[in-house]
Design a protein around this ligand. Structure first.
Ligand code: HEM
Ligand code: HEM
Length: 411
């Protein structure tokens, strides 16, 4: 079979692109319809990541296909398809081309507006399109409507092809079918089945083994090692009340408490917009420092409207029952660079020791730029209960970054 089309039949490239795209579209639809009916769960996220990955692949192949159409000769109309019929067939085909673009693009717009992180087959991050959040609803409606249009168009497309083949004896169907001998077919089907087995059953697919934020454990280990290197075991606790007099006030407009987690292998970011702290610290006497931080859990945002609606629920932050989280330091150590605070982080009523590595940069005007980093294992605080507790689709380790502008406290 030749690569390019000829005057009366389709070549290998056009046929392959036609059938691969058709297969990807049918699979993407099946995945979406199954996933759509599932309650929110790690499995649902995986199916949708797969759905979106196939959809983006369709978009890439559709671009390739249009490019190839321009490059290769177009076969004449098939036998028995003439006049208005031929015109309608061409119109229908251009409509199908349009849908091959419109469906993935509407999905991509919806995904970008909703702020869902998305890695193609858990391999590389697909950037968000620069669209406004308000487009999520309209893009969702468009995606659903375009799907219905596609369903009708494909049914019409198939019926016309089969009717012309069976009733009018046209070669329209046979010239698009793959051709080849039985052995080639058996081999092709075998390869597809093996791939499906690899992806779904053997669990070897990248989509079923999301990676954790790679450096999180390292940050934790480094923080502990540094402190041990410099000062031995983490020890002396500083009681509230016995701390240094040097108190600091957070300049809210220039301060953030943010975090980075993973969502089926893709990075997702968020922050707590409402937090405050009493902070006592003097670089010369770090052991006399004391931080008492109060975080309003309801102020969490991940820039994804769907997740922002779910996170206050009982299985995540249980905001109604536990509106506040706290971090209270118990000891300070000098590290090679910067300092390490030991402290008790309390979320959902559960307290765990969490080290915070931070840098303290005094500015010429007397203000301080504070940069801190800690790693929190969400499961230790029951953040993500039930199936989320053991499934790493939403990564266990979350890297917390504290960036503050501090000014001397004057009462
Ligand atoms: C060939 C391409 C595609 C087809 C045929 C397709 C089809 C569908 C279908 C049938 C649904 C279920 C609609 C419903 O009942 O709610 C769906 C949902 C969805 N699709 Fe696609 N899609 C495609 C590409 C994409 C792409 C590229 C993305 C994102 C990058 C995407 C994101 C989504 C999302 C997020 C939903 C869930 C919407 C919800 O919240 O209910 N789709 N898609
Ligand atoms: C989502 C699924 C499908 C899409 C998007 C699609 C799209 C298209 C498009 C755009 C063309 C025109 C090619 C061109 O002129 O460059 C075409 C041709 C064709 N399609 Fe499909 N198709 C799909 C599924 C199917 C199925 C399931 C059949 C099975 C009967 C089929 C049979 C054909 C045939 C026979 C032709 C050749 C028409 C000719 O030679 O003039 N298609 N398809």
């Amino acid at each position: 079979m030749q690569f390019k089309n000829s005057d009366n039949t389709w070549g290998l490239v056009s046929k392959s692109l036609h059938w691969i795209i058709a297969l990807l579209i049918f699979t993407a639809i099946g995945l979406a319809l199954v996933a759509d009916d599932m309650p929110n769960s790690p499995e649902k996220i995986k199916l949708f990541v797969f759905h979106k990955s196939l959809g983006i692949t369709v978009l890439a192949l559709a671009i390739l296909r249009l490019g190839w159409k321009w490059f290769t000769p177009q076969p004449n109309d098939a036998k028995g398809i003439t006049g208005t019929n031929a015109k309608l067939a061409h119109l229908g085909h251009w409509g199908l081309y349009g849908l091959m673009f419109a469906l993935p693009i509407s999905g991509w717009v919806m995904n970008s507006a909703a702020g869902f992180p998305f890695r193609w087959m858990n391999w590389f991050t697909v950037p968000h399109l620069p669209v406004s959040k308000s487009l999520q609803g309209p893009a969702h409606s468009a995606h659903e409507l375009l799907f219905l249009v596609l369903a009708v168009a494909v049914i019409g497309h198939v019926v016309m092809a089969v009717v012309h083949h069976v009733k009018h004896g046209s070669d329209v169907l046979t010239r698009m079918l793959p051709g080849g001998n039985h052995r080639t077919w058996a081999l092709g089907i075998g390869v597809i089945l093996a791939l499906l087995y690899y992806v779904f059953v053997a669990g070897s697919s990248p989509i079923s083994s999301p990676t954790e934020p790679s450096n999180s454990e390292a940050v934790k280990a480094d923080a502990l090692n540094d402190s041990e290197k410099t000062n031995g075991a983490l020890s002396r606790s500083v009681e509230a009340g016995s701390h240094t007099d040097k108190q600091w006030r957070i300049v809210s407009s220039d301060s953030t408490l943010s975090f980075v987690g993973s969502y089926d292998g893709a990075e997702f970011k968020g922050e707590f917009r409402d937090f405050s702290a009493e902070m006592f610290f003097d670089e010369k006497t770090p052991k006399e420092g004391f931080f008492d931080v109060l975080i309003h859990t309801g102020s969490i945002t991940t820039y994804s409207s769907d997740w922002d609606a779910s996170l206050p629920d009982s299985e995540w932050f249980a905001v109604k029952q536990f509106p506040e989280a706290t971090y209270r330091t118990t000891a300070f150590e000098q590290a090679d660079e910067g300092f390490i605070a030991q402290g008790l982080l309390t979320i959902k009523g559960i307290s765990q020791e969490v080290p915070l590595l931070f840098y303290w940069n005094t500015q010429p005007d007397g203000t301080v730029i504070f940069q801190g980093e800690a790693v929190v294992n969400r499961t230790e605080f029951n953040i993500g209960e039930g199936m989320w507790a053991t499934d790493p689709t939403i990564g266990f380790d979350v890297k917390v970054s504290v960036s503050l502008l501090l000014e001397p406290f004057t009462s």
